[in-house]
Design a protein around this ligand. Structure first.
Ligand SMILES: Nc1ncnc2c1ncn2[C@@H]1O[C@H](COP(=O)(O)OP(=O)(O)O)[C@@H](O)[C@H]1O
Ligand SMILES: [Mg+2]
Length: 260
C-alpha cells in the first residue's frame, strides 16, 4: 500500500500520502492525513506548521519509517540516513550523555563526538546522566545524537516546545546555525508560525485534521538575515492562507460536492 524508497532515492524529500488512518479500539477509523503532499529540496530546511493534534507527529513517524501503515509514497533524500529528534528527548537513562551518542552513532570518531558536544555547549555534561539534565540540555543531547549519525535527513518534532522563551531562543539559534553550516536537509515540525519562519527555508502550512498542505511558502534567503518586516509579511501571508483554507472547509461542509 505504501512505498518508501531509501537507498539511492531522490535528492529531495518527496512525500505524497493519499491517506493515513488510525484504528481506534471502538473500531471507528480516524483519518489523520489525507492527500498530503510536500517536496523539500536537498539542503533546505522545511518547517511544517499546524495546530496541535492535526497530524504533525504522525507525518514524521511515517517519514522516519516508525509507522508503515499508510497509503502513498515517500522518497527520502539520497542514502536515506535519518536523524530524528522526538518531542521527548528519549535518552537511555542508564547511560551517560556521551554513551547515548556513541550507541546511536557507533561509527562516529571520538573527535567528531567531542566536537559536536563542544558545538552544542555540552562538553561539561559529557559524563552526566539524563536525570541530571534540564529539558533544554536533554534536547541538545538528542540533537547531538541525531547529528552524530551524519543524517541525510534530519527530522525535528517540536524542538522548542515547553522551553522558556530565553532557552527556546538559544536553541532556535543553535539549530539554525547547525543546519545552515551543515546544509542537512531538515524537516522541522512546529505549531508556532514564528518559529517556523525563523527556522525554515520553506513553510508547509497544514490544515486541521485530516491534515494536508494548504499552502507552501518560500522564505527569502539568506534566512538568518531575515528582516523583521519580511518576517511579519510572511506571517500575514501564512495567516491569510490558513484563513482561506478554513473558509474553504466551511464552504465544503455546507456543500459536500466541492473538492479541495
Ligand atoms: N497511535 C494512535 N492511535 C490512534 N490515534 C492516534 C494515534 N496517534 C495519534 N493519533 C491521533 O491522530 C491525530 C494526530 O495526532 P498527532 O500526529 O500526534 O498530532 P500533532 O503532532 O499535530 O499534535 C490526533 O487526533 C491523535 O489523537
Ligand atoms: Mg506532535
Amino acid at each position: 500500500m505504501n512505498d518508501t524508497s531509501r537507498a539511492g532515492g531522490a535528492a529531495s524529500l518527496d512525500v505524497s500520502i493519499a491517506s493515513k488512518d488510525y484504528h481506534s479500539a471502538s473500531g471507528r477509523p480516524l483519518r489523520a492525513l489525507e492527500d498530503l503532499r510536500l517536496t523539500l529540496p536537498a539542503g533546505q530546511a522545511g518547517a511544517v506548521v499546524g495546530p496541535s493534534g492535526c497530524g504533525k507527529t504522525t507525518l514524521l513517524r511515517l517519514i522516519c519509517g516508525l509507522d508503515t501503515d499508510y497509503v502513498g509514497a515517500i522518497a527520502l533524500p539520497e542514502h536515506g540516513r535519518l536523524g530524528m529528534v522526538f518531542q521527548e528527548p528519549r535518552l537511555l537513562p542508564w547511560r551517560t550523555v556521551i554513551d547515548n551518542i556513541r550507541i546511536a552513532a557507533p561509527h562516529a570518531r571520538a573527535e567528531e563526538i567531542a566536537a559536536l558536544l563542544d558545538e552544542l555547549g555540552l562538553a561539561e555534561h559529557a559524563t552526566h546522566f539524563p536525570r541530571e539534565l534540564s529539558l533544554g540540555l536533554a534536547r541538545r543531547v538528542a540533537l547531538a545524537r541525531a547529528l552524530a549519525v551524519k543524517p541525510d535527513l534530519l527530522l525535528l518534532d517540536e524542538p522548542l516546545v515547553s522551553l522558556d522563551a530565553a532557552l527556546a531562543k538559544d536553541l532556535r539559534e543553535m539549530i539554525a546555525r547547525l543546519i545552515d553550516e551543515r546544509r542537512i536537509t531538515t524537516l522541522i515540525v512546529t505549531h508556532d508560525l514564528r518559529e517556523a519562519i525563523a527556522l525554515g527555508d520553506r513553510l508547509f502550512l497544514l490544515s486541521t485534521q485530516p491534515a494536508h498542505v494548504v499552502a507552501t511558502i518560500d522564505v527569502p534567503t539568506p534566512r538568518r538575515a531575515l528582516e523583521r518586516e519580511t518576517a511579519e509579511r510572511l506571517e500575514t501571508q501564512a495567516r491569510e492562507a490558513l484563513a482561506a483554507a478554513r473558509a474553504e472547509v466551511s464552504l465544503r461542509q455546507k456543500d459536500p460536492r466541492r473538492t479541495h
